[in-house]
Design a protein around this ligand. Structure first.
Ligand code: ZN
Length: 594
């Protein structure tokens, strides 16, 4: 018995899934998927096979050749869900499971027509990372297990379906008014990269291999915003080697999507808050694209090694940004990341074990542990390695790393061993043990400087003493510079200062949500009533956790904003994704008056 992943019942001594054949029948009226999955075991197997499930109603289990398979569901464990133990008869080469999801499956968000742009059709999207694939299908829900898959998805014929897979045609559905969309993912992926979305969708081609999907009302805006994606792919290929997934398509989701982006292979999912109208937030696309190499090609073996996915990807994202926009732009990106890192370390406390890169999350819900630390501390560790050996040597190392581990899932220890072989002595030189296993930030963290950055922070730090930027200065700021200025302002300022900022930086009307939310955090935290309407509007529409957490936190500072937060949550809460609801509830529990 060998359970290698604290968040899965996957047992490495048992048969391993080699391929998935999925049939989904999407029922919007009941908010369930009636499903069948065939797990190909790659050869004759027998005995117990443990799968992960959460909230699934298991109907029937049989072998590929139709023999019944005895099964038992274990007790409900709060984080893991229920183990589904199959007892495979001799010579089982495949097993078929017929089941249904439940309306509260964490992986699936079902939207009413009112929650979409078009207001006419319902919408469904999945989010399987970290450990929610098991609420969508019974599987070995650990990144250790990678499988190609094939899927047939039956949906109302007015809608379209996309998956983290290549399109493989359509056919008439099994009932009138339905259509079945076919998909094929030939490369092996971990279960957390399974993805499905269904809605009233339109598509625009951005290049022969890149397409953007969105609701019809949004698709032109999305095509304009992401028009540069082919140039981004070409830049990434120069750095990391040929793009390994054939197509790079993107889907812009309705505003309740809880993340900025999700790197589902062949179909990146994106929040519509990136549609700033000025292409200023496409760094997130660089990030999701970079995951095509770091994360999707070389994958963390478990959530204890999440920094391998995110630290490398933030570093890779900034290499792409640097190649496209230069050294000054990337210094600002590192500074914005530093702000996020400082906030996460402050939230957990510098002594928290969650500030380690290599974590031990046994008994911990990965969603509770989520923060900027694996991203930004991880990226700083990678950047330190790069600085220590020099860019040329490090780029050769990265190519070797991606080549050695492609389509596999690895641990921190695998990485360190490979580093030692390829770049002997470097781990000791940078004190990698401290970076990976100790809490807080090591003293040798790389510093990213730029003239613009220093001027901005100095200006912001003088704000309380009365310093104000001149109109000509403000007019010359890029969106990133405006954001950095706001990030370095005090969290609470007087009403006159709020009025000055809004009049001179024209903040409340901004479409760039990074700037808008940073401003609303200051203004709401300052009990500045003129922004309450905009706060109400943003929180009623947008479900991205990155914005909800600081805004609901800022609203907790004063009695009337606390009341505003409670009223808003009572009204908007049911429309948020369950992951977002959990974040807000944990924030509101800490409000001072209980
Ligand atoms: Zn990422």
């Amino acid at each position: 018995m060998a359970r290698l992943d604290p968040h899965s019942y996957f047992d490495s001594d048992q048969a391993r899934t080699r391929h998935l054949d999925i049939a989904f029948d999407v029922d919007f009226a009941r908010r369930v998927i009636a499903a069948r999955v065939v797990l190909d075991l790659g050869g004759p197997s027998r005995g117990p096979l443990d799968l992960d499930t959460k909230g699934l109603a298991i109907g029937a289990v049989r072998t590929g050749d139709g023999r019944p398979v005895p099964f038992a569901l274990g007790p409900e464990e709060p984080i893991l869900g229920r183990r589904l133990r199959l007892e495979l008869p001799a010579d089982s080469t495949a097993v078929e499971i017929v089941y249904e999801t439940t309306p509260d499956a964490v992986a699936l968000q079902w939207l009413d027509p009112a929650q979409t742009e078009g207001k006419r059709h319902p919408f469904l999207f999945s989010q399987c990372q970290s450990i929610h694939a098991r609420t969508m299908l019974p599987c070995q829900d650990s990144p250790y297990v990678r499988t190609p898959y094939r899927a047939a998805v039956t949906i109302p014929d007015a809608l379209a379906a996309v998956m983290s897979a290549g399109p493989a045609g359509e056919r008439t559905g099994p009932r009138p008014g339905t259509k079945t969309w076919l998909f094929e993912m030939p490369q092996p992926i971990p279960s957390y990269l399974l993805a499905l979305a269904v809605g009233d969708l339109a598509a625009r081609d951005l290049s022969p291999r890149a397409r953007v999907w969105a609701e019809p009302a949004t698709v032109e805006k999305a095509a304009w915003e992401f028009a540069g994606v082919e140039q981004m792919i070409v830049t990434a290929e120069r750095l990391f080697g040929p793009y390994p997934w054939d197509r790079y398509d993107m889907l812009v989701l309705p505003p309740s999507f809880p993340y900025g982006g999700m790197e589902n292979p062949r179909m990146t999912f994106l929040t519509p808050t990136l549609l700033a109208g000025d292409r200023s937030l496409v760094d997130v696309v660089a990030h999701e694209l970079a995951h095509s190499w770091t994360g999707n090609l070389v994958t963390n073996a478990t959530m204890d090694h999440f920094w391998l996915n995110e630290g490398f990807t933030v570093w890779a994202e900034r290499r792409i940004v640097e190649a496209l926009h230069g050294a000054e732009a990337v210094a600002l990106a590192w500074a914005i990341g530093q702000n996020a890192l400082d906030e996460s370390v402050a939230r957990f406390g510098a002594e928290s074990p969650l500030t380690r890169l290599r974590t031990d999350l046994a008994g911990v819900d990965p969603d509770e542990a989520f923060s900027s630390i694996p991203y930004e501390k991880g990226a700083r560790f990678v950047a330190l390695l790069e600085r220590t050996v020099g860019r040329e040597r490090f780029d050769r190392f990265i190519q070797a790393y991606l080549g050695r581990f492609r389509f596999t899932s690895i641990t921190t220890e695998d990485f360190v061993a490979f580093l030692e072989v390829q770049l002997p002595g470097v781990a000791a030189q940078v004190d990698s043990r401290a970076w990976l296993h100790e809490v807080g930030m090591p003293a040798n963290a790389p510093v990213f400087r730029s003239g613009a950055l220093e001027a901005l922070t100095a200006l912001a730090e003088g704000f309380a003493g009365g310093a104000r930027p001149a109109a000509a200065q403000i007019a010359a700021w890029s969106p990133a510079e405006t954001l950095i200025y706001l990030q370095h302002l005090p969290r609470e300022v007087g009403a006159n200062a709020c009025a000055w900022l809004d009049a001179n930086l024209r903040l409340t009307g901004r479409g760039n949500h990074e700037i808008l939310v940073e401003w609303l955090v200051i203004a709401a935290g300052s009990d500045y009533e003129p922004v309450f309407g905009r706060v109400r509007e943003v929180l009623s529409r947008v479900g991205r956790m990155k914005y909800l957490r600081p805004l609901y936190t800022a609203l907790g500072r004063h009695p009337r904003t606390r009341q505003l937060a409670r009223d808003l949550y009572a009204r908007a809460g049911p429309g948020y994704h369950v992951l977002s609801r959990r974040v807000i509830e944990s924030v509101m529990e800490k409000y001072r008056d209980g």
